[in-house]
Each structure stands twice: as structure tokens, then as C-alpha cells.
Design a protein around this ligand. Structure first.
Ligand SMILES: Cc1cc2nc3c(=O)[nH]c(=O)nc-3n(C[C@H](O)[C@H](O)[C@H](O)COP(=O)(O)OP(=O)(O)OC[C@H]3O[C@@H](n4cnc5c(N)ncnc54)[C@H](O)[C@@H]3O)c2cc1C
Length: 489
């Protein structure tokens, strides 16, 4: 059956668009969630049958309709930077639909302040083109050099300058996508409309479970790097940092960056100046008068909570840190190389969000419960977090935990990551927060999707029934599947 499928795919496209190389298929079986087991070649999931590279929307439609009729699982793939199992394969017969050749920047339109790209264009490539003419996408996740537009939209990604430019959901103007039955939908590019519910949001964040994104139009912004200003402070505790972030936001200021780090997390980012304290940082950007007003707002907020400030730090330290934050493909590959050594030290994150009042409670409850309950607490080498994306009514918390692995590589996620993530998710949901701020649900938070949405899960479930009735789109992602639990616990 697998051989037959490969032959059909080759006949439908051209043979060079169907990859069945052993190493590439092994690589395609999982993403960065099980990166250690993957590096050590002990993955416990089925290997996909083929990686397919469509060259246009018609080819995507042809492949999807065939898979829909034959009930073959399809995993959409972009830059491969997924962290939550969105690219992991849980079905014996699966094909990977890779956006490698959907790589054209179709239009840059500075008059209407938007740019249109195919789904396989890397964010960095569009950003580089825009910078040449004085514009920016405003989108800057740490994976910017590698992540591609289809993936960025499908995961509801967010960048480091989100406080000013917003998340990807604020940037997407229109798009094109293909449903499993081969239907192509184009959502037109308009500045705003009240034509019923906003259907862009059915696609944004669907993680390849409802449709395949082929084209995206995003807003663009004028860029004034010469006006950038950076601010850094050592502060007494996380609560003080959160209060200052809130003060800045509720007074209507929009620094592009507004972050506060726990002492433990500060130690790994700002080891050269943190002095065993928590760290608060800001960046202001835009036109000079806006930067001036934003800087003033930051100073006022800091002044209001001056009892919690230990000292201001040299702004060049913050600027320099920012310039080295992004991950290239080489950084990702080097990390995998490092895992081939005998001792492995893992670092993971879980990002959640809530309102201003609740976020410090969640933070304290999680840290306390992990220290008390996590059976391998003695293997933790770091436990802390930072808030890095703020809104008028709340902020996120990015829990960060590092540990030494003292078990077989294939057991790591069950013994370490899953119990830690469980505590973070449970404590967040208990207080009404969201278990998932920007990495997507993937497969490894899908066991809690119903708890996340409560009575609104009805709406999500109906979308899946309507658009993917045969369940061929990324089995196990977002929508919980009993069959997949063997890969989790
Ligand atoms: C070092 C590093 C730093 C990161 N920093 C950030 C950050 O700052 N902010 C942030 O939000 N995320 C971050 N991430 C997570 C990740 O980069 C984002 O989720 C990114 O949006 C994924 O894009 P991608 O092209 O790599 O998608 P992939 O990893 O290829 O796919 C991700 C998901 O989207 C689906 N998908 C991919 N393409 C399509 C398509 N065309 N149509 C439908 N579904 C599709 C896949 O099936 C999968 O479920 C980081 C990851 C790494 C490794």
C-alpha cells in the first residue's frame, strides 16, 4: 500500500517532488518536542511514507483531495521549528506536505502597506527585502531566520516586538488556503470589514488541522532603527516587574519590547550584569516623537515603583543582547549535534497567559508546586520564567526549565517534560488563564484542549467536523485523540 501511494504521488506530480529518502523521512517523523530522542535515533512514532513538495495551489488541492478520498493523514510543514509536536506523526500512513517550492514573494506594496507571499517564504527573506526600502514586517519571533509564513500563521506566532506591532493575527490581511476536499478559499485583502464573523481566524492558528495555507498577505510598517532606544533595570522581584509593565501598558504606551525576567531566568540571559536580581527591559521604536513619549512613559512607570528598582543598567547591554537573540538553522543544528554527546542537559519552555492580577499568582503557584511535587526536582538546574508579551489587560508568562537527563533518551519527555508541563497547565487553567500563549497546542497539549476552551470547545469541534470530516489533517494536533496517548504518557 505504501509503495502504491508513492507511485500515485509521483504520477500526480513529478518524481522529484516526492522524497522517500530514509534520513529525511526519519527527520519528518517528529519536531523539536522530542528533539533528544530524535537526535539519539530512538523515536517511538511511525515514519511518514513520503515528503511531497507541491509547486502551486492546484497541486496542493490535487494532493489533499486524493488523501481525503483515501483517508491518508497529511502533515503540513514549513520551516520545521515547531516545538509542541505539531509536526510529529502519529499515523502509519502519513504524507508530509512541505512548502519548500511555495517560495515566492508575490508583491510588496508600500502604498497600501502590505506584502503578499507564498506560504514557504521564510520570514527573514521578506524582512530583508522590506528593510532595503525602509520597511519592516514588525514580526520577529526568535525563529525568524528559519520559520516560514504558512507555519507562522498556522501557529498564531508572536514576535519580540509584539507590544508595538501585535501578533501574527494582527498582521494578516488576507490569505489563500486549501481544504481537504480540494476547495480553494481566498480571503480578500481589505482594511476592515463587518461581513460576518472574521473568517481569517478559522485559518490563523489551525496548525494544519483544518486547511493548508498557500498564500498570505501581511501588513508592513515604516522602520526607523536610528531612533531605537533600550532600557534595562535590575529589580527586586517578578511582581515589581509585572506592575511596571502594567503601568506602561494601561497608560497607553506601546514600547516594542516590554519584558520582566525572574532572577533564575535572568541568570542565563544577563549573567554578565544581573547581580542575582530580576531584570526588567524595554525597547522604544518608531518616529522620534513617539519614541520620546514612550521613553517618558517608561521613566514615569519606573519612578512610580522605584522602591522595587535596584538600579538602572547601561542600555548598550540590552541592545547588544537583542542583537544576538535569534536562532539560525546552524544554531538549531548545533543543538542537535550537542545532544549526541554522552551527557545531555535539556532546556524547555511552556508559555501561558492571563490577566494582570492573576499572572503573578500562577507564577508563584507553579514554582512552588514544581519544587514540592516534581519527583525529579533534584535534576532541575534552572526553574524560572519571564513575561515577554503584554497587552492592555494582561501579559504572558514563559516558564523556563532546564534539567539534567538521567534516563533513557526515549523516556525523557514522559519523565521530565510532561509532568512539568502538566503542573504549569493545571495551575494556569485552575485560575482561568490560557495554557498556550504562542507556540500552538500541537500534540502535547491536546489532552487539555477541552479544558482550555470549556463550553466553547463546541465551536472548535464543529469546525473540524465541517472542514475535515475524514480527519486527515494532522491527526492528534489540537483535537485530543485517545489513540495518541501512548506517545504522551
Ligand atoms: C529557536 C526557536 C525560537 C522560537 N521562537 C518563537 C517566538 O519567538 N515566537 C513564536 O511564536 N514561536 C517561536 N517558536 C516556535 C515556532 O518557530 C513557531 O511556531 C513558528 O511559527 C513555526 O513556523 P514554521 O514555518 O517553522 O512551521 P512548522 O514548524 O513547519 O509547522 C508548525 C505547525 O504549523 C503547521 N503548518 C506549517 N505550514 C503550514 C501551512 N502551510 N498550512 C497549514 N499548516 C501549516 C504544521 O503542520 C505544524 O502544526 C520558536 C521555535 C524555535 C525552534
Amino acid at each position: 500500500m505504501k509503495e502504491d501511494l508513492i507511485e500515485v504521488l509521483k504520477a500526480m506530480l513529478t518524481p522529484d517532488q516526492v522524497n522517500t529518502g530514509t534520513e529525511d523521512l526519519y527527520d519528518a517523523a517528529a519536531d523539536r518536542y522530542k528533539k533528544y530522542a530524535k537526535a539519539r535515533k530512538v523515536l517511538d512514532v511511525p515514519i511518514p511514507v513520503a515528503i511531497v513538495y507541491p509547486k502551486n495551489t492546484e497541486e496542493v488541492a490535487k494532493i489533499l483531495s486524493y488523501c481525503n478520498e483515501e483517508k491518508i493523514n497529511v502533515i503540513a510543514r514549513g520551516g520545521k521549528t515547531a516545538t509542541e509536536g505539531g509536526l510529529e506523526n502519529w499515523k502509519e500512513t502519513t504524507i508530509i506536505l512541505d512548502a519548500l517550492y511555495l517560495d515566492k514573494i508575490l508583491k510588496i506594496d508600500p502604498y497600501n502597506m502590505q506584502a503578499t507571499v507564498e506560504a514557504g517564504v521564510a520570514l527573514q527573506d521578506l524582512e530583508d527585502e522590506l528593510r532595503k526600502i525602509g520597511y519592516t514586517t514588525g514580526h520577529s519571533p526568535q525563529s525568524k531566520p528559519v520559520a516560514k509564513f504558512g507555519g507562522l500563521v498556522a501557529t498564531r506566532s508572536i514576535g519580540q516586538f509584539s507590544t508595538l506591532y501585535g501578533g501574527i493575527e494582527d498582521m494578516v490581511v488576507g490569505l489563500e488556503c486549501v481544504f481537504p476536499n480540494g476547495h480553494v478559499s481566498r480571503i480578500k485583502n481589505v482594511s476592515r470589514r463587518a461581513g460576518g464573523p472574521d473568517i481569517r481566524h478559522i485559518v490563523i492558528g489551525n496548525e494544519g488541522t483544518l486547511c493548508y495555507i498557500t498564500e498570505v498577505t501581511v501588513k508592513i510598517f515604516k522602520y526607523f532603527p536610528e531612533n531605537n532606544r533600550f532600557f534595562g533595570y535590575l529589580i527586586k522581584d517578578v511582581e515589581t516587574g509585572i506592575k511596571i509593565l502594567r503601568e506602561v501598558m494601561v497608560n497607553g504606551y506601546r514600547p516594542s519590547v516590554a519584558r520582566t525576567y525572574s532572577e533564575e531566568d535572568a541568570a542565563q540571559h544577563f549573567y554578565h550584569f544581573y547581580e542575582n536580581k530580576c531584570v526588567l527591559i524595554f525597547m522604544a521604536e518608531g518616529r522620534e516623537n513617539i519614541v520620546e513619549a514612550t521613553s517618558q512613559g517608561i521613566h514615569e512607570a519606573v519612578e512610580k515603583f522605584k522602591d522595587g528598582i535596584v538600579k538602572e543598567v547601561d542600555s548598550s547591554l540590552i541592545e547588544n543582547w537583542f542583537n544576538h537573540l535569534n536562532w539560525s538553522q546552524k544554531d538549531i543544528d548545533d543543538e542537535v549535534e550537542g545532544m549526541l554527546e554522552n551527557d545531555y542537559h535539556a532546556g524547555f519552555t511552556t508559555e501561558i497567559s492571563s490577566d494582570w492580577e492573576t499572572i503573578p499568582k500562577i507564577y508563584n503557584n507553579v514554582i512552588e508546586r514544581i519544587r514540592k511535587e516534581f519527583p525529579r526536582a533534584h535534576d532541575l538546574t534552572m526553574l524560572g520564567g519571564h513575561s515577554s508579551h503584554s497587552y492592555i489587560n494582561g501579559t504572558n508568562m514563559y516558564f523556563v526549565y532546564n534539567y539534567e537527563i538521567h534516563c533513557a533518551p526515549e523516556d525523557e519527555m514522559r519523565i521530565y517534560h510532561h509532568p512539568l508541563q502538566t503542573i504549569i497547565v493545571e495551575e494556569t487553567l485552575k485560575l482561568g488563564g490560557s495554557m498556550c500563549h504562542h507556540h500552538g497546542i500541537g500534540k502535547y497539549r491536546s489532552e487539555w484542549t477541552k479544558d482550555e476552551h470549556g463550553s466553547a470547545y463546541f465551536m472548535l469541534e464543529k469546525l473540524k467536523e465541517a472542514y475535515d470530516p475524514n480527519g486527515i489533517m494532522n491527526f492528534g494536533t489540537i483535537f485530543p485523540q485517545e489513540e495518541g496517548m501512548k506517545y504522551i504518557k
